[in-house]
Design a protein around this ligand. Sequence first.
Ligand SMILES: *[C@@H]1O[C@H](CO)[C@@H](O)[C@H](O)[C@H]1NC(C)=O
Ligand SMILES: *[C@@H]1O[C@H](CO)[C@@H](O)[C@H](O)[C@H]1NC(C)=O
Ligand SMILES: *[C@@H]1O[C@H](CO)[C@@H](O)[C@H](O)[C@H]1NC(C)=O
Ligand SMILES: *[C@@H]1O[C@H](CO)[C@@H](O)[C@H](O)[C@H]1NC(C)=O
Ligand SMILES: *[C@@H]1O[C@H](CO)[C@@H](O)[C@H](O)[C@H]1NC(C)=O
Ligand SMILES: *[C@@H]1O[C@H](CO)[C@@H](O)[C@H](O)[C@H]1NC(C)=O
Ligand SMILES: *[C@@H]1O[C@H](CO)[C@@H](O)[C@H](O)[C@H]1NC(C)=O
Ligand SMILES: *[C@@H]1O[C@H](CO)[C@@H](O)[C@H](O)[C@H]1NC(C)=O
Ligand SMILES: *[C@@H]1O[C@H](CO)[C@@H](O)[C@H](O)[C@H]1NC(C)=O
Ligand SMILES: *[C@@H]1O[C@H](CO)[C@@H](O)[C@H](O)[C@H]1NC(C)=O
Ligand SMILES: *[C@@H]1O[C@H](CO)[C@@H](O)[C@H](O)[C@H]1NC(C)=O
Length: 477
Amino acid sequence: MQFVSLPVACYITAIILALAKISEAAETITRYEVINDSMTLVSAGGKFKLGFFRPGNSENRYLGIWLNIPTQTIVWVANRNNPLNDSSGVLKIGDDGNLILVGHTESIIWSTNIQNMSSNITIAQLLDSGNLVLRDEKTETYVWQSFDNPSDTMLAGMKLGWDLRIGLNRYLTSWKSADDPSPGEFSYGVDPRGLPQSVLRKGSAKQFRSGPWDSGIRVTANRLFIPKVVADPEEVYYKYDLYNKSTLTISVLNNSGALQRLVWNSSSLGWAVIYTLPNDQCDNYGRCGSNAICTISDAQICSCLTGYVPKSSQDLDVLIWSGGCIRANPLNCPRGEGFIALAGMKLPDLLEFWMNTSMTLKDCRKECLKNCSCTAYANSNATGGGNGCLLWFGDLIDIRKLTEYESNQKLYIRVTASYLGTRAKIQARDEENLELPIFNMVTIAEATHNFSYTNKIGEGGFGSVYKVISTPFLKPI
Ligand SMILES: *[C@@H]1O[C@H](CO)[C@@H](O)[C@H](O)[C@H]1NC(C)=O
Ligand SMILES: *[C@@H]1O[C@H](CO)[C@@H](O)[C@H](O)[C@H]1NC(C)=O
Ligand SMILES: *[C@@H]1O[C@H](CO)[C@@H](O)[C@H](O)[C@H]1NC(C)=O
Ligand SMILES: *[C@@H]1O[C@H](CO)[C@@H](O)[C@H](O)[C@H]1NC(C)=O
Ligand SMILES: *[C@@H]1O[C@H](CO)[C@@H](O)[C@H](O)[C@H]1NC(C)=O
Ligand SMILES: *[C@@H]1O[C@H](CO)[C@@H](O)[C@H](O)[C@H]1NC(C)=O
Ligand SMILES: *[C@@H]1O[C@H](CO)[C@@H](O)[C@H](O)[C@H]1NC(C)=O
Ligand SMILES: *[C@@H]1O[C@H](CO)[C@@H](O)[C@H](O)[C@H]1NC(C)=O
Ligand SMILES: *[C@@H]1O[C@H](CO)[C@@H](O)[C@H](O)[C@H]1NC(C)=O
Ligand SMILES: *[C@@H]1O[C@H](CO)[C@@H](O)[C@H](O)[C@H]1NC(C)=O
Ligand SMILES: *[C@@H]1O[C@H](CO)[C@@H](O)[C@H](O)[C@H]1NC(C)=O
């Protein structure tokens, strides 16, 4: 096969190169070649084009990359902050090897702007992944790539997140409006601290976060793309690859702050929205305020964690509240408290936290008990039997009950002794797995005034957790 296919491949390559010379549809720019306003660069497989465009109703012109489909879909913009007002733009390799966009009188509109270029022998190439790369022909390395400088769109193969070795942070920023690709107020990127998670922000304010990747939160498996997260000392990123190279799917942070997953429907010749983040009320960052749980399936989506009550008593009467919760009783620190385990939760945000990846859960619990401002702990790695230690200090923010969640990850919330009323009876059990014992339903209904809302103080992994008024009549079944 090798002997037959090789000459054929060479022959085809020769034809393509010959065609590239005479047409404007080349995939590369070398020195002395230019792309002007009436030319485009086309990737080898024909999937992507690079050229000049006018967004929406704007008269401004931008250099960008778009998908080669009937619907104009810009996936990257070079001169986002510096539009051209006419068709004078020319893209070329500068004397120092940088890729530059010049306007009238050779003024530099945009540049790859590599300062420490080792050679000026470079070639720009639009790859079939949609990545525009600048290759150093001496070292045969990419000295710059558009995938490292994303606009509002994530393409298959692109890394969203950090290269910690060089301090590179790749994140999406929305367009200002349909007419203006300059960076808007929304961004979507990766927070690498502690357990990495992706975060959508408006300015600096968090709007949505995925939840820590290591706690079992994963982008839902699907038949379109293969999500992948990497977190090691060198890199922390999220990316996705395609099962089938002919699938066309992108993720766009739109200018109203929604992250949309789009899939191209080749029969209707249009985009289909597969899902959107934030997806529901409980996805809205800190929707219920501090020390509360958001449960989308409940009529009253917000409820306080065990041991906490609504901050404002007025909140008890309104269906939609977000005031957050405070401790029902002060902690009798450092004695007399314990923990209640909650399963199936998106772990609280990592605001004030401490992590040790080699500690056991038992030592983790001890570490939390040592410090009165430690409010919760969990394994930092829930896979296998679970290991590592994560401690939270102060208020617990943005906890939501996850649906159809299968994980052995548990969040241990610090509570006063009164919430561990039957502790003596269950002392024989492993304290790490301490959960509320199971009571007879009738007894519970009586003691909680028929599950009235005021008694509903939190959520357990197995359902609701209720604050019980009097304990003497209660007996575990
Ligand atoms: C771009 O270059 C081509 C070929 O040199 C030329 O015919 C065309 O007029 C140029 N377009 C603009 C907008 O300068
Ligand atoms: C276009 O921009 C150039 C500078 O980039 C400026 O000199 C020129 O006056 C502008 N033309 C119009 C019509 O705004
Ligand atoms: C490229 O760099 C070499 C040596 O640094 C220099 O002699 C040459 O003039 C440069 N080429 C261009 C086109 O600027
Ligand atoms: C240029 O600087 C970058 C980042 O500082 C570094 O990663 C790269 O190795 C440098 N390249 C050369 C040729 O010095
Ligand atoms: C990939 O998708 C195309 C178009 O839907 C289909 O024709 C092809 O059979 C698929 N290939 C594989 C390996 O599934
Ligand atoms: C952004 O996406 C959301 C959710 O799909 C949608 O409601 C909204 O209209 C979109 N905004 C724009 C400007 O397209
Ligand atoms: C694609 O579009 C066709 C025609 O509108 C429609 O029947 C089909 O359900 C669409 N497929 C998907 C996956 O949305
Ligand atoms: C993490 O915990 C291990 C085991 O308890 C301990 O040996 C190590 O010193 C701790 N590391 C830090 C940074 O606290
Ligand atoms: C408890 O933890 C907080 C937050 O990390 C820290 O500021 C404080 O010094 C700790 N207190 C003790 C006694 O270790
Ligand atoms: C998490 O624990 C599993 C099972 O013990 C292990 O294979 C994996 O490497 C751990 N992950 C990290 C990030 O430490
Ligand atoms: C609880 O409900 C039962 C039956 O609906 C009722 O008889 C009882 O009075 C209720 N108890 C309280 C405390 O509301």
